[in-house]
Design a protein around this ligand. Structure first.
Ligand code: SAH
Ligand code: TYD
Ligand code: ZN
Length: 413
């Protein structure tokens, strides 16, 4: 890792190497900043562009949004909104209880515990735990569910305080959170202080391999600062005195990887690590050419989606969207989809309902509005929850309704 960026604005957040931009998704709002209908104040926008470090291969955003602008008392993403995710995290907690948390009086820490979807099971088992959760809205719910929460960002200083008061952690876990954190140097210094000598740091996040394969460009938004691969995670771990010792592919959220890190030299890396690194090399995942092809495919999806929605409008069809996801902020703002093409978005989250989507101001209505009456077409923004949503909305399709999907390509089903 010898290449250095000459200009600080394009220096890799992990290794200071040179970051080359490969995709510009334009002017974007905060993906989870739903607006009150009466709000006429200015909206925050930034340039959403993504690049890759020539040195450590890490794929990362070119611009960073201040963390307090995203994660605060208004944060509207509640993890427990999906039954599939509840099951996934109950199983994750049970796995930790059977593996890393079997010693005398073990201590588990979660970074980004949200509404307690994972830690609740650890708490119910009577195991010592602490969740870090800076967003007061969701931290409050975790606490109501019997989870111990510190309403704070995990970083070097807060980790050190917890080490001093609670002792070392056998496991630190983070789901869909590490990729939200640009300041990995501080995170790893915090892990170094907090983790037991033989402890593990386990995290799961959207996988670059799946994003490229599915052209799921909507995984790129303000909160997703990094798109990890086994290669970039291995290099990051090495940069901070850790080692990648296990990996596992996960089907949730459109394709993720669960990475296990230990202190360097402490655990034998599994065969799965070598296999994933090999597979990434074979498919040239870290090659600039692969990422340029991905960027070209993103442009084709935008053209196809806008052309389909425009045709349906010309035919007088009723089109609504389903799932006011953070991902959909990227889709609507990059493709310029507003109420002329999609009348409203249905979503089960009370904190998003009766508000307007970021940037394009599409009204968000409760799920019940979906059937009152059913539209002709539903644009599935929560495509990562397709099985769960299509199972509960079978009536829509039976009545002739059709889903519009845009990942991995635009199609009607
Ligand atoms: N783990 C949950 C929540 C993911 S959303 C799940 O997988 O569903 C990401 C969460 O990380 C948000 O609740 C956000 O408030 C939190 N977060 C962001 N930065 C953080 C930090 N530095 N430390 C701890 N939590 C953080
Ligand atoms: P999700 O795709 O999990 O995350 P992100 O916001 O990070 O892209 O968001 C799913 C959204 O869809 C969330 O607002 C809840 C909503 N939803 C429903 O309305 N109905 C459902 O059955 C499910 C599973 C989710
Ligand atoms: Zn780098």
């Amino acid at each position: 890792m010898t290449e250095r960026a000459s200009d600080a604005a394009t220096a890799c957040r992990v290794c200071r190497g040179a970051v080359t931009e490969f995709l510009d998704l334009g002017r974007q709002p905060l993906s989870d900043a739903f607006r009150d209908r009466a709000d006429t104040g200015p909206e925050f926008f930034f340039r959403l562009a993504v690049g890759q470090c020539a040195s450590c291969t890490m794929v990362q955003l070119m611009e960073e949004v201040p963390r307090e602008a995203m994660f605060n008392d208004q944060y509207p993403y509640f993890s427990s909104g999906s039954a599939v995710m509840r099951k996934h995290f109950t199983e994750t907690a049970q796995f930790f209880l059977e593996t890393e948390l079997t010693g005398p009086d073990p201590f588990a820490v979660e970074i980004g515990c949200n509404d307690g979807i994972m830690l609740q099971t650890i708490s119910d088992a009577g195991v010592r735990h602490l969740g870090f959760e800076p967003s007061g809205s969701v931290a409050r719910v975790a606490r109501e569910n019997g989870v111990s929460v510190r309403t704070d960002f995990f970083e070097e200083s807060t980790a050190a305080e917890v080490r001093a008061t609670h002792g070392p952690a056998a496991v630190v876990f983070a789901a869909n959170t590490l990729c939200h954190i640009p300041y990995l140097d501080s995170i790893f210094r915090g892990l170094d202080v907090l983790l037991d000598d033989n402890g593990v740091f386990v995290f799961e996040d959207p996988y670059l391999g799946d994003i490229v394969q599915k052209t799921s460009f909507d995984q790129i938004y303000d909160e997703h600062f990094y798109l990890f691969s086994a290669h970039s995670v291995q290099n990051t771990a090495a940069e901070f005195g850790f080692e990648l010792v296990d990996v596992a592919r996960l089907g949730v959220h459109g394709g993720e990887v669960r990475y296990t890190l230990a202190r360097a030299g402490k655990r034998e890396p599994s065969a799965a690590v070598a296999a994933m690194l090999e597979e990434e090399s074979e498919r040239r995942l870290a090659e600039p050419e692969t990422l340029r092809e991905f960027a070209a495919a993103v442009g084709r999806i935008r053209d196809d989606l806008v052309s389909l929605l425009s045709d349906l409008r010309a035919q007088g069809k009723r089109v609504v969207a389903y799932g006011a996801t953070a991902k959909s902020a990227t889709v609507t703002n990059f493709c310029d989809i507003d109420t002329a093409l999609v009348s409203h978005v249905c979503d089960s989250t009370p904190a998003k309902q009766e508000r307007l989507s970021p940037g394009k101001h599409i009204p968000v209505l409760p799920s019940e509005a979906f059937s009152a009456p059913y539209p002709d077409y539903a644009l599935l923004f929560a495509w990562n929850h397709a099985d769960e949503i299509m199972a509960k909305e079978q009536e829509f399709r039976r009545g002739g309704g059709r889903w519009i999907l845009y990942v991995p390509s635009v199609r009607v089903v």
